[in-house]
Design a protein around this ligand. Structure first.
Ligand code: UD1
Ligand code: MG
Length: 459
């Protein structure tokens, strides 16, 4: 039996210290949003698929803000600071202390190349078998200022930066994406040898394969599609990237078995998850944090954010699910309904013109048109609880904190300020009084007044 080696542990080093001058923005480049998430979260998400042992993010420009975003999107990551941006090699070297005692590979990613696919990273890992250093390259339509991969067959001899390249080297169109994987200790040892004796006066990460070769190491390159290595340097590129991101998410959703009636009009976020056989009608926006289970339907013009939609539920048209909306299986959320921080039980219905916030609605309950949970007293938020099978009459104001029991009813137009026991009917409105003939009398009087006024004017 051939000896099968245990897979090597992998740590990620994400470079996020650069200035991003061409964005012309106070917001650090790694934080500009793409698919509803900071750009940096995309590379982290792809890297997470490798189940990394450690994640190190190198910060510099706007470090405090970038670190805050890292703690939200990858709380397990460690941030290290690169105080002066002396080059990509210098940036990677800043991760050395954070990787002390780590026995495994280091994979370098850029915070500003968000389209790298997890499959490509796995291919780099696979290529490590038999090679000490693996670089991700691509065939460039316009090689421009990219570093060039100098290859001999599948052996990578070195990487030469455009600024330092000879005309022959500039004619090479196999370019460096910037991603590299090697044993973490070896990478740091080689980086310690890198100098800034080059056209840019920077410490280049790209010197690593050449230095490795001098020490008898084997380097190779694998190639990916150019679109995957797309970097974002300006706002125009960010807009193009958003278009590309949306196209990719739409294609993925359809591959996952989601029915998109008009894909080009549906807007996704990085973490949108939609189950098989779910239907998404035209003009739907998924903000961050949305999960839709199998067989649910999101009807046209609905807007969802940090919400969960259960199997078979129907949302919209024109519904708004705000953060904390938990829609149970087979529930119905209809037109012009807003749900926030509320659990809607299985099969419950909130079909028309309602606001449900800070609430729990029991299974099978029916909230009539215009139901409002009055959750805010101007200072604090309060909860509303509606029991299973309750029937809330149209235009009921549920003044929280308040509980309506199971199978209870509220009369239309009620203002409910006190708890309603199970199976009780609550009437919280002025009693109706009918005055026979009074409508006709009132009309006659008003018409007489109007007629008198117009004779005055003529006379
Ligand atoms: C780099 C590569 C080049 C490659 C190109 C692909 C080097 C020397 N060159 O060039 O071969 O074709 O990427 O896009 O590596 N960063 C830091 N600290 C620094 C410098 C950079 O964190 O001191 C970060 C940046 O924020 C960015 C990444 O490293 O995320 C790449 O830096 P950038 O300046 O864009 O490198 P390029 O000149 O594009
Ligand atoms: Mg760049």
């Amino acid at each position: 039996m051939p000896k099968t080696e245990a897979p090597r542990a992998i740590s990620l080093i994400v470079l996020a210290a650069g200035a991003g001058t061409r964005m012309n923005s106070d917001l650090p480049k790694p934080l500009h949003p793409l698919g509803g998430a900071p750009m940096l979260a995309h590379a982290l998400a792809a890297g997470a698929a490798l189940n990394p042992a450690r994640i190190v993010v190198v910060t510099g420009h706007g470090a405090a803000e970038v670190e805050a975003a890292v703690s939200t999107h990858a709380p397990e990551a460690v941030c290290v600071r690169q105080d002066a941006q002396l080059g990509t090699g210098h940036a990677v070297l800043q991760a050395a202390d954070a990787l002390a005692g780590f026995d495994g590979d280091a994979l370098v990613l850029y915070a500003d190349t968000p389209f790298i696919r997890a499959e490509t990273l796995s291919a780099m890992v696979a290529a490590r078998a038999g090679h000490d250093i693996v670089v991700l390259g691509f065939e460039a339509a316009d090689p421009g200022r990219y570093g060039r991969l100098i290859l001999d067959g599948d052996r990578l001899l070195r990487i030469v930066e455009a600024k330092d390249a000879t005309p022959e080297e500039l004619a090479v169109n196999i370019c460096n994406s910037g991603l590299m994987i090697a044993d973490a200790g070896s990478m740091m040892d080689l980086l310690a040898q890198v100098t800034d004796a080059n056209a840019a006066g920077e410490f280049y990460l790209t010197d690593v394969p050449g230095l490795g070769l001098d020490r008898g190491m084997k380097a190779t390159a694998i190639l990916c599609d150019e679109a995957e290595t797309l970097g974002i340097n300006s706002r125009a590129e960010l807009v193009k990237a958003e278009v590309l991101f949306q196209a990719r998410k739409r294609a993925e959703a359809m591959e996952d078995g989601v029915a998109l009636a008009a894909p080009d009009t549906v807007h996704f976020a990085l973490d949108t998850f939609i189950g098989r056989d779910a239907i998404v009608e035209p003009y739907v926006v998924f903000g961050p944090g949305v999960t839709v289970e199998s067989g649910a339907t999101i009807r046209a013009f609905s807007h969802l954010e940090s919400a969960h939609v259960g199997a078979g539920a129907v949302i919209g048209p024109y519904a708004r699910l705000r953060p904390g909306a938990e829609i149970g299986n087979d529930a119905r959320i209809g037109n012009f309904v807003e749900i926030k921080a509320a659990e809607i039980g299985e099969g419950a219905k909130v079909n028309h013109l309602s606001y449900v916030g800070d609430a729990r609605i029991g299974a099978g309950a029916n909230l009539g048109a215009g139901t409002v949970t009055c959750n805010y007293d101007g200072v604090m938020k309060h909860r509303t609880v509606v029991g299973a099978g309750a029937f809330i009459g149209s235009d009921t104001m549920l003044v929280a904190p308040v509980t309506v029991g199971a199978r209870a009813m509220t009369a239309s137009g009620s203002v409910i300020t006190e708890d309603v026991p199970d199976e009780a009917l609550a009437l919280g409105r002025a009693k109706q009084v009918n005055k026979p003939g009074l409508a006709a009398k009132l009309m006659a009087r008003l018409r007489a007044v109007k007629a008198a006024k117009s004779t005055d004017k003529k006379g």
